[in-house]
Write a protein that binds this ligand. Structure first.
Ligand code: NIG
Ligand code: FE
Length: 394
């Protein structure tokens, strides 16, 4: 018998790898890694811990490649404003929106900010997310941006959620500083901070946020410093930054509710991952974009929650998959790929996570359903039963 640390038997696996779907198989883990996958129930392994999945669906751990998980305070009050017909921009102009979260996040002491964020990280895990990208951008001044980075890194160390840090200093312009001054900080000290603390930089290019010209200047400066690029683009209007980011080899372009034909073509000739965020369309009650052209063109389309207190206060990737299937033209299998291997690609981690494959990190979700369609059908019901992160059962 060969010694392993964990064996999952009688698993209905969707591997999202060349192994495809295995109706009843065995998954073998040693240390933090998957060491074998067997199509069938007989195997040569022994381990201290054996989980009998009993035919349940077993999936790669989900990857949430776009979140604003670290912030203080709630903006549930905006729900009533929205129901009264106020737009996202109107709420922001009245000092709500991102500004409300900036005030709360600046005021929070580091320990409180960590505790609030840890609760959300645990919620991610409960819903099957084993890795999450997290952005700064509720500080909008040096100390508060650094405080957000500290929380993102501490979560990575002390919680079971793996986190990936993105600098979103250019989220909006701060209320309490000249825009020129802040832009100057972003382009110099801000990017130095990002170089030291983040894997990616991001900028919110849209009405009420950063212009195309500011975006171009920021992305160019970031690229010169060797930073990998992400962008929020086309959520409310297309300002042309989707095409720009694709032409600059951004790792991902996120939102994509409004995309000009030339921008679509730029995405097509790039390696950039298009990331859709259906939770925003749901919570802002806007039209869902059609992902079919992107999928048909063979792009590695990803889905994420965009968790944030204003436009999508949900951390459930299964719900995002349901919305994408029901409203955006995804097949169920495309939706699963979008929160696993393609989402991993959107954070430069497709070699390590996002599929059940020999040698990959043992990030696994065991569900309470037999088939993936059951999970998509039961929207709002948490079908995640057991979560394994780096070989450890959580
Ligand atoms: O991705 N729209 C820009 N940024 C976030 C929302 C942040 C907020 O409203 O706090 C987004 O939707
Ligand atoms: Fe976002």
């Amino acid at each position: 018998m060969l010694q392993a640390d964990l064996i999952i038997e009688h698993a209905h696996m969707m591997t999202i790898s060349s192994l495809g779907e295995i109706v009843s198989g065995t998954l073998v883990v040693r240390g933090e890694a998957i060491i074998d996958i067997i199509d069938g129930d007989t195997h040569p392994y022994t381990a201290k811990r054996i989980i009998d999945a009993g035919g349940a669906l077993v999936l790669p751990g989900f990857v949430d490649c776009h979140t604003h998980l670290v912030h203080s305070g709630s903006r549930a009050n905006e729900l009533q404003y929205r129901l009264q017909g106020m737009s996202y921009q109107e709420i922001q102009q009245r000092g709500g929106g991102i500004y409300a979260s900036v005030r709360a996040t600046r005021a929070a002491d580091p320990e409180t900010l960590y505790r609030e964020s840890l609760e959300r990280a645990n919620m991610c895990l409960e819903h099957g997310t084993t890795t999450a990208e997290i952005k700064t951008g509720y500080g909008l001044e040096p100390a508060a941006e650094k405080k957000m980075f500290d929380v993102i890194h501490r979560l990575n160390k002390e919680s079971d959620l793996e986190t990936v840090a993105t600098f979103l200093g250019p989220h909006v312009y701060p209320e309490d500083q000249e825009p020129e001054k802040y832009l100057d900080w972003l382009l110099h000290e801000g990017l130095d901070l990002a170089k030291d603390q983040a894997e990616f930089v991001d900028i919110y290019c849209d009405i009420g946020a950063y212009s195309f010209a500011d975006t171009e200047q920021f992305l160019k400066a970031a690229k010169e410093k060797g930073l990998a690029l992400k962008i929020h683009s086309g959520q409310f209007e297309s300002l042309g930054a989707t095409g720009l980011a694709a032409d600059m080899s951004a790792v991902s372009v996120d939102h994509l509710d409004h995309v000009a034909p030339a921008e679509f073509d730029a995405l097509l000739r790039s390696d950039t991952v298009p990331v859709f965020l259906p939770g925003c369309s749901y919570y802002l009650r806007s039209t869902y974009p059609d992902a079919r052209p992107y999928l048909d063109a063979g792009m590695p389309v990803a889905l994420a929650t965009d968790y944030n207190p204003g436009t999508c206060p949900s951390l459930s990737l299964p719900i995002m998959m349901s919305l994408a299937v029901m409203h955006m033209g995804f097949t169920t299998e495309e939706a699963l790929k979008a929160v696993t291997i393609n989402a991993a690609k959107a954070i430069n981690r497709e070699d390590r996570i996002g599929s059940i494959e020999k040698g990959k990190q043992a990030d696994i979700v065991i569900t309470s359903v037999k088939n993936f369609d059951d999970m998509i059908a039961m929207f709002g019901v948490n079908c995640v039963d057991i979560v394994i992160k780096k070989g450890k059962t959580i």
